[in-house]
Design a protein around this ligand. Structure first.
Ligand code: CUA
Length: 357
């Protein structure tokens, strides 16, 4: 499937039109389907080139005929006849040609795509395959690792496929609300996340690093800001990441008391007590604390993530404070309400969240 690898680089300039650019300034790859770094994306690139070649040829033939006709049959200044050109009706040859040729083209594309789809679905997975369950929400991604007991959001860590140590991630894709679509251009084509149904796909990242993606199915106001980041870790980083995610949240000590006792409402509350006294906890989970909500992203290890708001803002002190102060500033229409916190409450909540390493 690599016969088109040697396409001239002029194509790359033209085809750069199909790239996604990222809103954040963090180090990342350009999300470009023509620079695949995963097995599914590599096979799919060949189909993309074939499709571009066929549609490009059609464009040149049709466009060329139009230009030729306009030039050849234009009205000339020395032509004073008022006659219409000869009108031709019902050429069997022409009608057969423009019926049969498109049908053949469609069948060629169906055949080639079907072969690639089958080969991807039947591929035997590498020994090291991590299961990840991803649930689409308006407008963020819930991420579960059932074999590790890890829950996170928006940033999906997978082990990178290293020479001699192939690794992959097997994804189960679901939706909590409307149809979303999971798309990581450099790793694989799109797969929809559909309510009341599970879809499956697999990805393998051939280089460690960050791969960008996006929701690719219009799902409401903030569809364009439903960004995806896949972090492909080296084997050491993967072990470190899973170990740190499995640890209890920093600052969740004494959790039982916090759950059992009503939170004191003295003026000198700890940042954690302030957080637990606010309705943040009905939507967000911080494992081991009174925060047991499931509607919004799990915050247990919030500070291990590089971005907030599903990739719209870098995760730093100022952005985190601005985000909690008014999420609708960065992401108008998002489902996290403006909590109208006092500056003091805001400082406390930010201080607490910043302990969640
Ligand atoms: Cu989710 Cu578009």
């Amino acid at each position: 499937m690599t016969g088109f690898d040697s396409m001239p680089s002029a194509w790359n300039g033209l085809l750069a039109l199909f790239q996604i650019s990222s809103a954040t300034a963090l180090e990342h790859r350009i999300a470009d389907i023509f620079r695949p770094l995963g097995s599914p994306a590599e096979s799919e690139r060949a189909i993309a080139y074939l499709t571009f070649a066929i549609t490009g040829a059609i464009f040149i033939v049709v466009g060329g005929l139009i230009v030729y006709t306009i030039a050849r049959f234009r009205r000339r200044s020395n032509d004073h006849s008022q006659q219409e050109p000869a009108q031709v009706y019902g050429s069997n040859q022409i009608e057969v040609a423009w019926t049969v040729i498109p049908i053949l083209i469609v069948f060629v594309l169906i055949g080639v795509s079907g072969r690639v789809i089958a080969s991807l679905q039947n591929a035997s997975p590498p020994k090291k395959t991590v299961k990840v369950r991803i649930v689409g929400h308006q407008w963020w991604w819930e991420v579960h690792y059932p074999d590790y007991g890890i829950v996170t959001a928006n940033e999906i860590h997978i082990p990178a496929s290293m020479p001699g140590q192939p690794a992959a991630a097997y994804l189960t894709l679901e939706s909590q609300d409307v149809i979303h679509s999971f798309w990581l251009p450099q790793l694989s084509g799109k797969t929809d996340l559909i309510p009341n149904r599970a879809n499956y796909m697999w990805i393998d990242a051939k280089e460690p690093g960050i791969y960008l993606g996006n929701c690719a199915e219009y799902c409401g106001t903030q569809h364009a800001n439903m960004l995806l980041r896949v972090v492909a870790d080296t084997p050491e980083d993967w072990s470190k990441w899973t170990a740190s995610q499995q640890r209890a949240a920093v600052g969740s000590e004494g959790s039982q008391e916090a759950v059992l006792k009503p939170v004191a409402t003295t003026s000198e509350q700890s940042p954690r007590a302030t957080f637990e006294s606010l309705s943040c906890v009905s939507c967000h989970m911080v494992k081991g604390t009174a925060a047991l909500g499931k509607f919004g992203p799990d915050l247990t290890h919030l500070m291990s993530r590089k971005t907030i708001g599903a990739g719209v803002l870098d995760n730093n002190h100022r952005n985190l404070r601005d985000w909690i102060n008014d999420p609708h500033d960065a992401k108008p229409g998002c489902l996290m309400p403006n909590m109208k916190l006092t500056p003091k409450e805001l400082d406390s909540v930010v201080a607490y969240l910043e302990t969640l390493k």
